[in-house]
Design a protein around this ligand. Structure first.
Ligand SMILES: C[S@@+](CC[C@H](N)C(=O)[O-])C[C@H]1O[C@@H](n2cnc3c(N)ncnc32)[C@H](O)[C@@H]1O
Length: 270
């Protein structure tokens, strides 16, 4: 979904975010996996104070209310999503809906559990950084771990009549999501970066010297974890797709930089 008419910047950004984030509810596998995660941790919710950081439509806040939370703080920065979440949590008197940036929110009591989906396609290229800048310290965070994984393959196993090897070559240094079909569950061989709570982001060196030759496609994907339980994985959840780039060397770096609105990934062959 793209906005195609000119709008004032603020209106554009709030509608653009709304369209981006409502799209995640198409991914029913993700919704079911999150609900299963919440049920698995019922003891962290029942009778407890919980918070959903960036509650979107409020689906998981309502679920935690149903699972018996004493209080659910559902915090959403986007005014349009906040208004839609109000509909979802209507009737749950144990939910307090807050409109604003969770980084400036000061809960009036200790938070036992914080639930979020701040994961970007390349792990840290959306809002995970927000969790490093909270004014409170939740006792637990779920999901509490995610890996940016990668693998390599020969172009002929991906390329088709549209994205030919010649087209692929022109994309050197460019990360493209959805370049090839996500049908298969591609194998990951290595981890480029890992995020965990409370540890934060860790990047790994990426040196492919002597491995995977001759291959000409590199693909990245996400594994979202609750401890050892897999909550989502590229290729299984439509929300987290694979990201492809032509292989153009043996060593590369993946970094993340603030672009004024969100963290974006910075990728280069070294
Ligand atoms: C990927 S959606 C997840 C929505 C919901 N938690 C779910 O999993 O269905 C991320 C949500 O976080 C919101 N968000 C992003 N940054 C935020 C911030 N700093 N404070 C509060 N909400 C934020 C976005 O507007 C969006 O609704």
């Amino acid at each position: 979904m793209d906005i195609i008419n000119r709008l004032p910047e603020e209106r554009y950004n709030e509608v653009d975010d709304l369209l981006t984030f409502v799209g995640i509810y198409d991914d029913e596998d993700r919704t079911r996996a999150y609900e299963a995660m919440l049920r698995r941790h019922r003891e962290l919710i029942e009778g407890k104070v919980v918070l959903e950081a960036g509650c979107g439509l409020g689906v998981f806040s309502a679920e935690m209310a149903r699972l018996g939370a004493r209080r659910v703080y559902a915090v959403e920065v986007n005014p349009l999503l906040h208004a839609l979440a109000a509909e979802t949590v209507r009737g749950h008197s144990n939910v307090t809906l807050v409109q604003g940036d969770v980084r400036s929110f000061e809960p009036p009591e200790e938070v036992d559990l914080l639930v979020h989906d701040f994961f970007g396609q390349m792990l840290y290229d959306e809002e995970l950084y927000v969790l490093d800048a909270l004014r409170f310290r939740p006792a637990r965070v779920l999901p509490d771990r995610a890996l940016l994984r990668y693998g390599w393959a020969r172009a002929e196993s991906f390329c088709d009549d549209v994205v030919t090897p010649a087209v692929l070559k022109k994309l050197e240094g460019v990360l493209v999501s959805g370049l090839f079909e996500d049908e298969e569950r591609y194998r990951f061989f290595r981890t480029a970066a890992e995020w965990s709570w409370p540890g934060g982001l860790l990047r790994q060196p990426n040196d492919l010297s002597g491995v995977g030759r001759p291959t000409d496609v590199l693909y990245f994907g996400l594994e979202v974890l609750d401890g050892e339980h897999l909550v989502g994985r590229s290729g299984c959840s439509a929300n987290w797709t694979y990201v492809f780039t032509p292989r153009a060397g043996d060593r590369f770096s993946v970094d993340f930089e603030w672009n004024g609105r969100f963290m974006e990934s910075v990728f280069q062959w070294i």
